[in-house]
Write a protein that binds this ligand. Sequence first.
Ligand code: ADP
Length: 488
Amino acid sequence: MSVQVDKDLLDGLIDSEILYQEAPCGYVSLLPDGTIIKLNNTLLTWLSYTSKSLLYKKKFTDLLSKGGKIHFEMFFKPMIGVKGHVKELSYEILKKDGSILPVLLSAKAMKDVSGTVLAINIAVYDITDRKSYEAELLKAKKIAEEEKRTFQFLADLIPEMIWTATANGNIDYVNQRFIQYFNLPEKGFKPSSVLSRIFTEDRKKFIEAWRKSIRIGSDLHIEIRLDNYLGNSEWHLIKAVRYVNEDGVITKWFGSCISTEEHVLALKAKDDFISIASHELKTPITSLKGTLQLMEKMKSSHPDPMMHKLVDRANRNVNKTISLIDDLLNVGRINEGQLYLNKKRSIIFEVINDCCNHIKNETDFDILVKGDPSIEADVDEGRIEQVIINLINNAIKYAPESVIIEVSYEKTGQEIKVSVTDQGPGIPLEKLPHLFERYYQVESNNGGKTGLGLGLYICAEIIKKHNGEMGVESEPGKGSTFWFTLPA
Ligand code: ADP
């Protein structure tokens, strides 16, 4: 491809006068005393002067601000004299209307053979844009600092402990309450000094959980005891939430330590009361049950059918009461670490079937059992039956619209998974994490059903004792599946 270029245009491109006058930077030449002897159109346009008003009439310093003048005389000129050049020094030149042009000056001295300076050639670069970027950056920095101060002010007002940590988990900010609680120096404490204030027995558990959160990038939620400045340990809920930037990278952790001491003490008082009350109730109820069993045997010889009904009703209610008291006694045993297992090799199908037969006698629900009848595991049959019966009874109680309650089990790898599925109302997502806490009920009055909010807690503890896991999948309107695993 050949392109024809006008000769005049080519000549114009390399015309040194045009190059000098219309260069993208300003040029000015001075005598050694600073008198302006030559300057280009670019600079004249920037400053709005005519060459007539400047050439041989003004010194370059006349165009500089007061501070600039001093710097030019004390620094610029001596440098030029010694080194022969200067590079990118920042000055402000005054335009004709008095406004300021921020510039960078680079200069070279023209010397004779003896080294005497004859003239100075200066290139002038307009840095107005750069200055305004710098000003904007400065402004943005100021705003960011102001926002940080506002955040810290707010954080200091909060009566709970707040902190932040770097992506790799090092604490880099704590609020006033944090400092007060541990009586830390205001500045420059070591994160390890905070770790040492975690109650000894809880420290390992915390470190493991925190490391895991950082490794897999999951939020932290853990209850541990912290030693306050007096050395007393108090229960706290430690939460840390990851902050992810626009590129999806975790850049920070925001954390809080909320005191749960009062809640824990109240729960303990409740546990203590329940433990005493349930032990006291157990004896008279067992004796009442014995009496009713005698009456059950005698009822056939009684002519009044009403008597039969009354004995049946009394028996049903005593059984319900015994089951509630058993739950309460179980909580006591769990709290005291006295839930013992009596394991033996068992066929899972038989364990499940026993539960279903037991329940089927008392209800009209269809219970469908699905799974391989040869699967075996080492379990405490009585305890596992207790778990399955609880899950099926919950389905009957809370999902009465279910046509079928399905109990399925399967073996995958080293694990057996048992699931109980209903087609009931389901459970809202935000309630699911709490279902296995003690005394927790989804509705405050338990939807008018009897219960203490202990069944699932006890089930989960029994499964934990078997080294398994318990969980739930549920969606409002689509039913629930409660499941647990057992080592095969
Ligand atoms: P409770 O003894 O009060 O029945 P649980 O610990 O067995 O307590 O259950 C806790 C809560 O979970 C219940 O209050 C109930 O609201 C809810 N729940 C349990 N099973 C189901 C289910 N299959 N469908 C819907 N909600 C359920």
